[in-house]
Design a protein around this ligand. Structure first.
Ligand code: ADP
Length: 453
């Protein structure tokens, strides 16, 4: 049990965590960089402590500073949010060793899922369908690498075992490119993640990204909360997420959901988690598990009514999940648009002072944001500045509501991708639902082409 939580993050997710803590009657500690002293959760927290300059590598990513802040303020638990230290097994081990509670799974579970080769092996053992590929790491000798490539078949994708954030991947179309691609990806993986191990998978040509949300407690209970379709991506970065996934059979989702629950129990998983799958031709293929709360968790909250962050905290306190699988009712449709501070056409990040901020409202609309007039957006952090989520009884209603909400939303003083989001929502592909992970990039390429000609 604990009654004081340190929020080891910033921005919208820090505010989200503060709200969940407050709803559970917990005290909060905000840690902030010098650039973030005006953030709302910093003002709202019971205690706030500055942990360094704006650069994340000198503040939010410095494990010893976060641990020291917990010690100085008497926080007994740490909520990592997403990004920063949330999936850093070394940090989680240090938190555990300091006698504090990490609000998330154990350091072993994070280490296992953070190594994608180990994660895939654990999932295969638990009966989860995976993308066919090399059994484990790519071998060392040229002959074995070529043999492995032939077994997987072309096109294939080489992926870093320690990779993340859409980096450390390379598509290989023919055997003649294989050896060079393996050695290049190994070098890049070693430089970026300190781990040269790579593995191979069949490259799926037109998949959708469909992920399953799970929650598990320390008492042997686990449940699934439906899926999210996150296929609207640019450079592997999600822009729009929705639940349910259009056109995917409910029986199949239920089958996959139950398999994910079984896998959680098999690996002794505790906390909130996401099983990411590629979905193609009616089949699911596991790609990785995220061991933290996701940016897009609100769409699941909107269709199930479950407060995922509060459940995460309750579970970390040792309490059982407050709901069981048979109490979960999926209702209507939810869509989230990520609002980034960036030029909507060139995607260049935009920095500056927010001169005006008017969030939208109305039936079924939810806004998660730390913005306020006068807030300075710097280049030190991720460009995500707000999330707008709409719920409707049907997908069409959710789309109409989110379009109205985005047309009402005012963010002045910096560029934002609101015009792009409105444009995407208006495309026939989005309206139809079920487009694959490449549709947005194809759409953007065509648009660029037509503007140039
Ligand atoms: P990361 O942890 O870096 O996000 P993932 O394994 O989740 O890596 O893959 C990121 C994205 O790369 C996926 O959403 C998908 O767009 C693409 N991808 C990954 N594996 C495959 C595959 N086997 N076939 C086709 N696309 C893939």
């Amino acid at each position: 049990m604990f009654d004081k939580v340190l929020i080891a993050n910033r921005g919208e997710v820090a505010l989200r965590i503060w709200r969940a803590c407050k709803s559970l009657g917990l005290q909060t500690v905000a840690v902030y960089s010098k650039a973030d002293r005006d953030l709302r959760h910093v003002k709202l927290a019971d205690t706030s402590i500055c942990i360094g300059p704006a650069s994340a590598s000198k503040s939010y990513l410095l494990q010893q500073k976060i641990l020291l802040a917990a010690k100085l303020t008497g926080a007994q638990a740490i909520h990592p949010g997403y990004g920063f230290l949330s999936e850093n097994a070394g940090f989680v081990k240090a938190v555990e060793d300091a006698g504090l509670t990490f609000i998330g799974p154990s350091s072993e579970a994070i280490a296992c899922m953070g190594d994608k080769v180990r994660a895939k092996q654990a999932m295969i053992a638990a009966g989860i369908p995976c993308v066919p590929g090399s059994d484990g790491a790519v071998p060392d000798s040229d002959a074995e690498i070529l043999e492995c490539g032939t077994k997987v078949g072309y096109p294939l994708i080489i992926k870093a075992a320690g990779g993340g954030g859409g980096r450390g991947m390379r598509v290989v179309n023919a055997q003649s490119e294989l050896l060079r691609s393996v050695s290049l990806t190994r070098e890049e993986a070693n430089a970026a993640f300190g781990n040269p191990v790579v593995y191979m998978e069949r490259f799926l040509q037109t998949p959708r990204h469909v992920e399953l949300q799970v929650l598990a407690d320390q008492h042997g209970n686990a449940l699934w909360l439906g899926e999210r379709d996150c296929s609207t991506q640019r450079r592997h970065q999600k822009l729009i997420e929705e639940s349910p996934a259009p056109g995917v059979g409910r029986d199949l989702i239920q089958e996959i959901g139950q398999l994910c629950v079984k896998a959680c129990l098999a690996i002794g998983y505790v906390g909130a988690g996401t099983f990411e799958f590629l979905y193609e031709n009616g089949e699911f293929f596991f790609i990785e598990m995220n061991t933290r709360v996701q940016v897009e968790h609100p769409v699941t909250e909107m269709v199930t009514g479950v407060d995922i962050v509060a459940e995460q905290i309750r579970v970390a306190m040792g309490l059982p999940l407050s709901i069981s699988q048979d109490q979960i009712v999926f209702s209507g449709h939810a869509i989230e648009c990520r609002i980034n501070a960036e030029d909507p056409w060139s995607f260049a990040p935009s920095a500056g002072t927010v001169s005006d901020w008017l969030p939208p409202g109305g039936p079924g609309i939810r806004v998660e944001s730390h913005l306020k007039p006068g807030f300075k957006i710097t280049s030190h952090y991720d460009s995500l500045i707000a999330k707008v989520i709409a719920h409707g009884s049907t997908r069409e209603q959710a789309i109409e509501r989110i379009k109205v909400a985005l047309s009402e939303l005012v963010i002045a003083g910096v560029d934002s991708n609101i015009p792009l989001q409105l444009e995407i929502l208006g495309t026939p592909q989005f309206a139809q639902g079920g487009a694959n992970i490449h549709y947005l990039e194809h759409y953007l390429d065509q648009r660029e082409g037509s503007q140039q000609s």
